[in-house]
Design a protein around this ligand. Structure first.
Ligand code: GLC
Length: 795
């Protein structure tokens, strides 16, 4: 099973889905890039690949990183939480994770599930099943290893568990580990059989909140190492540790140097018998706390109980929205991987992934405000907390910090963007509508620059901020940029205006008008509707280029996104949001979305702009340095594709919407592009895919942490399936592809479980019945106390 002598283009040789178990399974370890999973209890986290590489961290990968992961370095995907199994007689050794030892195994498979990753391996009659997960009972990565000796003779093995540690502050490590590493220590506590690592580096941002790290097992080790040099040796790596090849662990401790945590266990497994060992890599604030945590972890049922709780959590969580569709790929995404990915975005914003090193980004205001949209149906309370965290970054004038660092306590990034502060209007609206409760609007949140106001006050200020920053054409000023990070290059003089932000503002104004109405505030309703109408007129006049909507006005007064230019003539966002905001005239919207189809769509998704930029607006100062077809240039920007799906549904064009949805389902896109071209995971969305103007059309980038997850979920559940909460109740407004006939959905909404069946007979009249009774319109009125509702929909 060595990748090099297999056909690397044979997708089926890599993986398959096991939907009943909510798992994706890997048949070989050498995927084109590491295919990751995130294990987490909300406080202790581990990112781990299908081959066992990855990194553990406590709360923040920036200041409390526990293990070392070498981003971008070769060999790919090192280091990780590794197990080595050594035959005591022959001294041969291997790893259940396959990596890092280059020994061929007799059998091997791994699997990512909801919050756990499992490896199954066999060598010379010894079977290993190794499951990693983070439970809710302790802040630790649990390594549950089951060994089975299938031979007819007893087997003596030496078992090594190893993890490379480093400085908790990865950036400081890169800069000045030469001295700082002498402020680290690893000692062995005889009494508890645990290695304890202390990060004692001076000048760290939050020394009082820095935990100690422990590494132990539910049985006593026979030897240990805390010094990486002693365990690995020189000119060696995780692939061939010196200690394993020589006489085993050396009982080294570390008072300064390069730390590791390695434990050795000498075990005899009787013929035909099984042995289980649980290993714990965890944190505690004090040694006493660690003692307690270890004692708890060594309880006989600790691991099984922790795993059971994890399973229950995900079954309950994903049970809130389930569907059955005539499309297995879509069904799997909606029921399993999309909400799972969206939850990880909600947790980590854009901080750490195989692509993002976890050194730089905190909580992005607009990123997280959008992530909340798909969290709301699953967890209203967590969504409210996150919204309040975001609103605490708002200033009294209504603008917000661009991104901030709640765990690290660093100064936020304070650039002012035209869109950031408006996104929270959408998230708050979603929470109010889902819960059917206005009281959240009255909760108090402080302003970043002092004083406090209600959630509703915060929203009104964000609207007023935009109203105070309109340009000469009447559109919102671009400020530093809008949603598109690159646009700062056409508005440096502060005169540039964003036509797209006008549309986003339109969505926010409509939501505000609705909230104001619910609060009984007529004057404000009038104000928001009037402002909406003013922007709408502009969008359809100055904003209209003749065939599509323009994207922006540049500092020099020229339009961006116009047919008069050679490059970047048409921009996806301006077309989709003209529809989404309800601002574009119907005929213009249809024409614009037709242009999207003709000029931007490819078989692997919709390009963000066309043609790609090379020399625009001038060769000396082009709008972007991204190569044509990549990233923020003419790539397929998946996040923005989701809005095309919504727009097409709003125009009632279900077949086009479905085409746009389907072509970005990760495993579908991979099939089309080829695995060695696509490269990223086939189960989670990426941020962008190289476009046809690049040299690698179809190469997928920046998976896991992307706004694509949240919006794709919104697009498919609320627009294609049309299950869209409203204040009065649950709206059912599907826009299905003609090839689907019947679909069914289970959805929890305000304490009631809705069992919805939709028959897609596009010619028939639309009718909805609830528990056998036909209702008027398409909103099922909320009835308090109702626990179940059987809904039949005929289209
Ligand atoms: C990246 C950023 C996001 C931005 C987008 C488009 O995804 O995280 O904030 O809106 O790029 O530029």
């Amino acid at each position: 099973m060595d990748g090099n002598d297999m056909d690397r283009n044979d997708i089926k040789s890599y993986y398959y889905f096991k939907d009943e178990e909510k798992e994706v399974r890997f048949k070989r370890h050498d995927t084109p890039t590491p295919w990751m999973n995130y294990l987490s209890n909300g406080t202790f986290h581990t990112m781990i690949s299908q081959a066992g590489g990855g990194v553990a961290f406590y709360k923040s990968p920036q200041i409390w990183r526990i293990s070392r992961y070498r981003f971008f370095h070769l060999p790919t995907d090192r280091s990780g939480p590794y197990i080595y199994i050594q035959d005591a007689k022959t001294k041969e050794y291997w790893s259940p994770t396959y990596e890092p030892v280059e020994v061929r195994l007799d059998k091997w498979e791994s699997a990512h599930g909801m919050g756990y990753t499992r490896f199954m391996a066999e060598k010379d009659g010894l079977c290993a099943e190794l499951t990693y997960f983070v439970g809710e009972l302790e802040n630790s990565l649990i390594w549950n290893l089951k060994l089975k000796n299938n031979n007819s003779v007893d087997k003596k093995i030496k078992l090594f568990a190893f993890v490379e540690l480093g400085m908790m502050e990865f950036m400081r490590e890169l800069q000045w580990q030469c001295y700082n590493k002498h402020q680290l220590s690893v000692k062995y506590k005889e009494s508890s059989g645990a290695l304890i690592y202390k990060y004692g580096v001076e000048n760290q941002p939050k020394p009082d909140e820095t935990p100690l790290v422990y590494f132990t097992a539910d049985r006593r080790p026979s030897a240990y190492d805390g010094d990486r040099d002693e365990f690995i040796g020189s000119y060696r790596s995780e692939a061939n540790p010196f200690a394993i090849e020589k006489d085993g662990c050396t009982n080294s401790t570390l008072l300064g140097g390069d730390p590791c945590a390695a434990l050795q266990f000498d075990i005899t497994i009787k013929a035909g018998q099984e042995e289980t060992i649980n290993i714990f890599l965890g944190t505690g604030m004090t040694e006493e706390e660690i003692e307690k945590s270890i004692e708890n972890s060594r309880q006989a049922d600790f691991t099984s109980k922790s795993f059971k709780l994890l399973k229950e959590h995900w079954n309950n969580y994903l049970g809130k929205f389930k569907c059955s569709l005539p499309d297995t790929d879509a069904q799997r995404q909606i029921n399993i991987w999309n909400p799972y990915q969206a939850d990880r975005n909600f947790l980590f914003s854009r901080n750490i992934s195989f692509y993002a090193t976890g050194t730089f980004r905190g909580v992005g205001y607009r990123d997280t405000a959008q992530d909340i949209l798909s969290k709301v149906p699953f967890d209203i309370e967590a969504s409210k907390d996150k919204i309040k965290l975001l609103l605490s970054q708002e200033y009294k004038d209504g603008h917000v910090n661009h991104y901030f660092f709640p765990n690290e306590g660093w100064e936020p990034v304070k650039s002012i963007h035209s869109d950031d502060h408006l996104w929270t209007v959408l998230s708050v609206w979603q929470v109010v509508i889902e819960s059917g409760d206005l009281s959240f609007l009255d909760e108090k949140v402080s302003y970043y620059d002092g004083g406090d106001g209600t959630v509703y006050d915060h929203l009104t200020k964000s609207i007023d901020f935009t109203l105070s920053k309109l340009g000469v054409n009447g559109f919102p000023l671009m400020l530093r940029s809008d949603w598109n990070d690159q646009l700062f290059r056409v508005c440096r003089e502060g005169k540039g205006e964003s036509i797209w932000t006008a549309m986003q503002f339109g969505v926010a104004l409509k939501k505000m008008a609705e909230l104001a109405k619910l609060k009984g505030n007529k004057e404000e309703v009038l104000k928001y509707n009037t402002k909406y109408e003013q922007q709408k007129v502009l969008v359809n006049s100055t904003g209209w280029d003749g065939k599509w909507f323009r994207r922006a006005v540049m500092d020099d007064g020229r339009f961006l996104g116009s047919d008069v230019h050679e490059e970047a003539k048409i921009w996806l966002n301006a077309q989709t949001w003209a529809v989404m905001s309800g601002m574009g005239d119907k005929d213009k919207c249809i024409q614009a979305m037709d242009c999207v189809k003709e000029m931007l769509d490819t078989e692997l998704g919709i390009k963000k702009i066309h043609p790609s930029i090379v020399n625009f607006p001038s060769p000396e100062d082009p709008l972007t340095n991204y190569n044509p077809g990549t990233g923020e240039n003419g790539a397929v920007f998946c996040h923005a594709n989701t809005w095309a799906i919504i727009a097409e549904c709003m125009l009632g064009r279900g077949d086009i919407a479905y085409k746009y949805y389907k072509q970005l389902i990760p495993n579908v896109a991979m099939e089309k592009a080829g695995i060695w071209r696509y490269k990223a995971e086939p189960y989670v969305y990426v941020s962008n895919i190289f476009g046809p103007e690049s040299d690698k059309f179809g190469l997928a980038n920046v998976s896991w942490l992307t706004g694509t997850a949240a919006w794709m979920y919104v697009a498919v559940t609320q627009y294609i399936m049309g299950i869209r909460p409203q204040w009065e109740g649950l709206m059912i407004n599907p826009c299905l592809p003609s090839e689907w006939d019947n679909i069914s959905i289970e959805r929890e909404f305000r304490g009631c479980k809705y069992d919805i069946e939709i028959s897609n007979n596009s010619k028939g009249a639309k009718s909805i019945s609830v528990d056998g009774e036909r209702i008027k319109g398409n909103i099922i009125p909320h009835v308090s106390g109702r626990k179940t509702a059987i809904v039949k929909v005929i289209m």
